[in-house]
Design a protein around this ligand. Sequence first.
Ligand SMILES: *[C@@H]1O[C@H](CO)[C@@H](O)[C@H](O)[C@H]1NC(C)=O
Ligand SMILES: *[C@@H]1O[C@H](CO)[C@@H](O)[C@H](O)[C@H]1NC(C)=O
Ligand SMILES: *[C@@H]1O[C@H](CO)[C@@H](O)[C@H](O)[C@H]1NC(C)=O
Ligand SMILES: *[C@@H]1O[C@H](CO)[C@@H](O)[C@H](O)[C@H]1NC(C)=O
Ligand SMILES: *[C@@H]1O[C@H](CO)[C@@H](O)[C@H](O)[C@H]1NC(C)=O
Length: 237
Amino acid sequence: MVHWLLLVVKVIAGTSDCDLYNNVIAPALGATTNATRCCDGSTSICTKDGRITKLKLDGLDLVGFIPPELAQITLLDSLDLSENNFCAQPIPDLGGLVNLKSFVAGNSYLSGSLSPWISKLVNLETLEIQENNLNGTVAELGQLTNLKNVSLNSNSFTGTVPQFNQSALQTLDLGLNYFDASDLSWISNLTSLTVLNMDGIPIKGPIPSQVFQIQSLQELYYPIAKLLVKFQQISRN
Ligand SMILES: *[C@@H]1O[C@H](CO)[C@@H](O)[C@H](O)[C@H]1NC(C)=O
Ligand SMILES: *[C@@H]1O[C@H](CO)[C@@H](O)[C@H](O)[C@H]1NC(C)=O
Ligand SMILES: *[C@@H]1O[C@H](CO)[C@@H](O)[C@H](O)[C@H]1NC(C)=O
Ligand SMILES: *[C@@H]1O[C@H](CO)[C@@H](O)[C@H](O)[C@H]1NC(C)=O
Ligand SMILES: *[C@@H]1O[C@H](CO)[C@@H](O)[C@H](O)[C@H]1NC(C)=O
């Protein structure tokens, strides 16, 4: 009995983030860099006790899949999987990454939905998942009250536009999706928004007056009569 208990303690102590990454996550992704090098800052960074806080795996032409075990790297602060080729694989439930501040996975041939697990990433500040084939609704993003920069461009998202934290959001790119943007009355309260892209979402009629009430807005991209119109604020009063 005592021996059995000691064995369990040893197994748990040996299961560091780096072991999990090397044995499970990297082989699934098709990455060849092991987490022993993750401390050098070039690909990813781990803390001294073997806990990984950053994974920067962009532009490696990875052709595997994102394994659900990635959600066990719970101290992960920054995850970059952009510019890979995940062959229309879905993103698994990464809701365990409660410390994640930056999730970047643009142009990586990802498909499927982010719902409902995305709502657990309560510390997320940056979400850049443009140019994939992601679908479903993303209203849950409104629960992520720390979001500052969001790019959803060129996916197949549907449903209403999320109602973001009105003082936190700085840049919002909704372009080339199927959002229902018929009620944007809340948008005038986005007090920190500097860039808004609504090109290529199904909107009828003129630009809602609320858009021009965003005091901080500097750049607006908006479709009018099949033209993309870029407005740039040159002065305010
Ligand atoms: C990475 O780690 C795994 C598991 O420890 C090992 O099998 C593999 O040979 C290592 N790969 C490299 C490139 O060091
Ligand atoms: C989203 O895409 C996946 C995979 O392409 C598909 O199986 C699913 O039916 C789509 N869901 C919606 C809501 O369109
Ligand atoms: C958000 O975007 C703005 C404008 O591009 C930039 O200045 C800021 O550093 C970004 N913030 C984060 C958390 O990435
Ligand atoms: C919204 O963002 C502001 C500025 O980042 C922050 O101070 C505030 O706590 C956030 N609101 C909520 C409800 O979290
Ligand atoms: C915008 O903010 C004002 C002041 O905080 C509030 O009274 C109003 O209800 C808000 N409007 C929307 C559409 O959220």
